[in-house]
Design a protein around this ligand. Sequence first.
Ligand code: CA
Length: 226
Amino acid sequence: MKLLVIEDDDKIITAISFSCKLGWPEVEIVSAKWGQEGIDLIETAKPDVVILDLGLPDMDGLEVIKNIRLFSKVPVLVLTVDVNETTVVQALELGANDYVFKPFRQMELLARIKRLYKERLETDTSSPVIFGGFTFDYSRRSLYFKDKAIDLRCIENEIIRKLIQESPLVVNYSSLAKSVWGDDFEGASNSLKVHIRHLREKIEGDPSNPKIILTKIGVGYQLIKP
Ligand code: CA
């Protein structure tokens, strides 16, 4: 279990590490003092649960949640000194899963993290899918091809999942955007193009002459069994 703590106060990070050591020693803690750094770590460190302080030096915590939800469904527990109901409601509406006020009780915080982690495991029970030469593990965001693990970014993970689900059908831009972002917005097809290019760089022998992810011009993309 990997826990990402996005918090600028060292004392809080130390307190959380301490309660984990006592109550849940298997937890590995990664921390970030800045909002943007935290968002990046969700991509690179792949945490199972995130604790997010709403008062960060570089970004409003609510903005951080909004950014996280653009690409990831990782459970987020919000820490806040602001007991104002509006802040909590906004945080929950933007996609936070739970909240705790500061100063917090350590064992309660730990119990809440455990619950989020358990819920995540329960919803992520999908076993790896074998698709041609690919083995795709959605919950680990990994794709294995010819025994090589290919690390996927969150959005690439969602794209591959949808393309595998629909294969051999062509997935049009709009339904691909909806399954990735929950919405087909202006510019979505251009964003998809960029992510598809990155994916091809990871899996195609010759990315400029793709054999696995095919473009159907004006329609969408099709995944062919490698
Ligand atoms: Ca703070």
